[in-house]
Design a protein around this ligand. Structure first.
Ligand code: ADP
Ligand code: ZN
Ligand code: ZN
Length: 839
């Protein structure tokens, strides 16, 4: 713990004490990986002006950093163990009006608490990027200050020295003054100068920071402002006035010149005569400014849609918290329900928040929403430019937009009076933030809904196992769309047994004759195809080509990962190790092979095999830019590309009516990932991808190549049978104690020095064992994390399975506290509660 700032009382408690006298201390959450808040003294000038939710600049170590005021105290809490005199003073108030609303403060506090992460980091993540940039304090002399210089000619205090210095340089940074006059002295002098109105302070950001975008604009003034009434007006001037009237009396300077084709001087002349006024106006950057909006056709809802919508609308009427799980097959018309529910909420003066997964989904949805709701819609997508996001965020904060569509972090959008929260594709892994601060967008959304007495709707064709489970236990209300709109047929899904293909050819083939034939047929008919690869695997594992079995850990039933250097198979859950066998433990065959195909190779093979087709590869490598991906998808939609090859990002939400074939090259790598969710993920992926084929009137076909054709995830996905999949999967989870039957935490310990990481991990592990005196937890590890070395750091993992959440938190809190006392370096420890992805 740092000395200058004092640790807060129990972390994350807001004290809403009603005070008669202004607060003397402020509790600040800092965007650092620390699970505590810090107390600072408020200088006199700030005591009346600081509000909870505002940003402050505070000293921390040798730096000044931006923190968030989360509580104000009139006196120090008794739990604080440090001398009052050791408490440092907050340097500067950044926001007169707090950026963070009370609701968001509460929600971020819950998030930090629940996920054992830093409140300040969550708050930082909740604000648009540019706002959070580091800033420095600038001090400038005022004209009053300049007048004063003469009067104080003989005085020689620090204050007057600073003023004279300012008179010479005009403005300077707080840092420079501190260097020149000493930190405390300079601060005091500046405070006094500001109080007397001789100097002013403001903040300038050090890194690239977004600012409101400003443009020169022109507007007509009312007649009483006009000078020299009746004086003749030139043709050019008349044109200007008429153009302005046509545009409602106001327009951008450049636009006016463009339209009228007159010189800027004519405008200036009119301005001098008081007929119009040139001013600086803020223009908002609009991410959809040049988007093609879709035509709106008024659909008649199907019977199923009507029923589901009615249930949601009833819940909206009650203004009480409720969560629906909307389980609707792909193409069943969930989007239409979302839109109508948002309309309903808007009619009740309630705002709506809609979360969508990362990647390409947002443009499609947002254009649709913009077409329906116009300026009421704001977009908070991770792919927007910083400026766009900043402007959209401010529109929401000001209450100018009542519908927000966005990805994960939009769950913290500062909407007021929220009535409806929709989480589309709620099973999607991208709702989980995989770095600090960890949180799950869907789960935070539900908490937000419950705080706001709002209705939450989780939509999916393949609900997350936990969500479906929650709908059984009554936590969520289950509503269903069983049929596709217009009774369009579901795609026909077939499994291609690659063991047979291997037997027939006796060598490696990525493409079965069945798939090759299907590709030829599809394109022969002028239709399109999507070829899907498993996720880009970094980890190699061993697969038997005869029986299709991947070699798994006896304790965990998780695929063992091949470690080339040691020549061993390692379980990344329990650290079990074994020598790589020469033959398959199941069937004794010798045909073991190491899986890990790259996407580029597949693309090359396809291009060689089908040289007449226009084939484009899409994955995170090729499409790091938003525009690029949108471009490719648009070309595909327009028929300028015949085939897309890519990873699972192609499986989501796109609607290409002419795609009638989806080929899945190898599903096994996904099934065999060292993660207990691998079967669920594979099932979801295949179901989603089957939903891509045959969106139009044509019947679609899905071919799934696998060495493991009996796997229940594949069989049930082919049959489009969610219920049967759930029944088997939930049994697996129950038997092997995985969520939702246990509460899970994964603890990652990472450091460039292996021994250092290991020693700290071992201390923590001992503390965990000691903390779990009631034996409510199973503590697994210390084992190498699935990514055992990343960016030069060694990564170790401890897995904690607990009977329930409360026990998990209790054990963790106790152990972390204990570990700190035992000098465990908690800076290298990352705790993830409810990890979604153990990779
Ligand atoms: P989902 O999100 O459930 O996969 P969508 O909402 O994308 O399904 O709907 C699939 C298609 O059906 C879309 O093209 C949509 O415009 C259309 N659609 C939705 N509802 C209706 C309806 N009531 N009548 C006709 N077409 C509809
Ligand atoms: Zn075998
Ligand atoms: Zn194991």
């Amino acid at each position: 713990m740092s000395k200058e700032a004092v640790s807060g009382n129990s972390p994350f408690t807001i004290h809403h004490s009603p005070f008669e006298s202004p607060p003397e201390f402020v509790e600040v959450a800092l965007p650092l990986p620390m699970r505590q808040t810090f107390t600072y003294r408020l200088p006199f000038g700030l005591r009346d002006s600081v509000k909870i939710g505002a940003r402050l600049l505070v000293p921390f170590g040798k730096r000044q950093i931006t923190g968030y005021a989360v509580a104000l105290h009139t006196k120090l809490s008794e739990e604080i163990e440090i001398e009052e005199s050791a408490i440092k003073e907050a340097a500067e108030l950044i926001d007169e009006e707090p950026l963070i609303t009370e609701e968001i403060l509460k929600l971020t506090q819950w998030t930090a608490d629940y996920y054992a992460s830093s409140w300040g980091e969550v708050l930082k993540a909740a604000l648009p990027a540019g706002i959070n940039a580091a800033s420095e304090q600038i001090i400038s002399i005022t004209s009053n200050g300049r007048d004063e210089i003469i009067k104080i000619a003989s005085a020689n205090t620090i204050k007057t020295q600073v003023l004279r210095h300012l008179a010479v340089v005009g403005e300077t940074t707080a840092r420079e003054l501190a260097n020149k006059f000493g930190t405390t002295q300079a601060q005091r002098a500046v405070r006094e100068l500001v109080k007397t109105g001789w100097a002013g302070t403001f903040h300038r950001t050090l890194t690239a920071q977004v600012k409101p975008k400003r443009r020169k604009a022109v507007r007509l003034l009312p007649p009483e402002n006009h000078d020299e009434i009746g004086k003749p007006i030139s043709d050019a001037q008349r044109k200007i006035i008429e153009t302005l009237i046509e545009s409602g009396g106001e327009m951008l300077f450049t636009e006016l010149i463009e339209k009228t084709d007159v010189g800027a001087s004519s405008i200036q002349t009119l301005a001098k005569r008081g007929i119009l006024e040139v001013f600086v106006q803020e223009v908002l950057r609009d991410p959809l400014s040049d988007a093609k909006l879709p035509d709106l056709t008024d659909l008649v809802l199907t019977g199923e849609q009507t029923k589901v919508l009615a249930e949601i609308e009833n819940a909206l009427d009650l203004e009480k918290y409720k969560t629906f799980l909307l389980h609707g097959v792909t193409g069943s018309g969930k989007t239409e329900i979302y839109i109508r529910a948002m309309k309903n909420a808007l009619g009740k003066n309630k705002s709506s928040l809609m979360l969508v997964p990362e990647i390409a989904l947002t443009p499609v949805f947002s254009r649709r929403l913009r077409a329906v709701f116009g300026g009421e819609v704001a977009i908070l997508h991770s792919n927007l430019s910083t400026g766009e996001r900043f402007d959209e965020w401010r529109r929401i904060r000001k209450g100018d937009a009542h519908i927000v569509i966005g990805t994960r972090s939009a769950v913290f959008a500062p909407l007021q009076n929220i009535g409806l929260i929709i989480v589309d594709e709620e099973h999607d892994g991208s709702y989980r933030q995989h770095e600090s601060p960890f949180y799950h967008g869907r789960d935070v959304a539900i908490v937000r809904a419950s705080y706001a007495n709002a209705v939450a709707v989780l939509g999916s064709a393949t609900p997350a196992l936990e969500s479906f489970h929650n709908s059984h236990t009554g936590k969520y209300e289950y509503v269903q769309l069983e049929n596709r709109v217009g009774n369009r047929p579901m795609a026909r899904a077939e499994i291609v047994d690659m063991r047979d293909v291997f037997k027939a050819f006796g060598k490696d083939t990525s493409f079965s004759p069945a798939l090759v034939e299907a590709i030829e047929e599809t394109h022969g008919r002028g239709e399109q195809s999507i070829i899907l690869l498993n996720r880009r695997g970094f980890s190699q594992f061993v697969l038997c080509r005869s029986c299709g079995e991947a070699i798994r850990c006896n304790n965990c039933d998780i695929t063992l990962t091949f470690h080339k250097r040691e020549g061993k198979l390692v379980c990344h859950y329990c650290n079990h190790r074994e020598k790589t066998p020469r033959s398959c433990p199941q069937c004794k065959s010798q045909y073991l092979f190491f899986v890990g195909e790259g996407t580029e190779q597949i693309e090359d093979v396809l291009k060689r095999k089908f040289s007449n087709l226009r084939i484009v590869r899409v994955d995170r490598d090729t499409t790091s830019k938003r525009k690029e991906l949108e471009n490719i998808l648009e070309k595909f939609s327009d028929g300028e590309i015949d085939m897309l090859v890519g990873t699972q990002m192609l499986a989501k939400g796109h609607d290409f009516p002419n795609v009638t074939l989806v080929g899945v090259i190898s599903v096994d790598a996904g099934l065999a990932l060292p993660d207990f969710r691998s079967a669920e993920r594979t099932f979801q992926l295949l179901t989603q991808v089957a939903g891509r084929a045959g969106r139009g009137s044509l019947q679609g076909r899905v071919l799934i190549q696998t060495y493991h054709p009996e796997h229940y995830a594949l069989l049930h996905a082919c049959a489009q049978d969610y219920d049967s999949f759930y029944a088997e999967e939930i049994e697996f989870r129950r038997k092997l104690s995985y969520p939702p039957f246990v509460a899970l935490a994964s603890i990652l310990i990472k450091h460039i020095n292996y021994n250092y990481a290991f020693d700290n991990a071992q201390i923590l592990k001992d503390c965990l064992n000691a903390a779990d005196s009631g034996k409510n937890c199973r503590i697994l590890g210390v084992a190498p994390a699935p990514l055992s070395r990343l960016k030069g750091e060694y990564r170790l993992q401890i897995l904690v399975k607990a009977r329930n959440r409360a026990k998990l938190r209790e054990t963790l809190d106790f152990a972390l506290h204990d570990a700190q006392e035992k000098f465990c370096d908690l800076k290298i420890v990352y705790v993830e509660i409810d990890p979604v992805n153990l990779l």
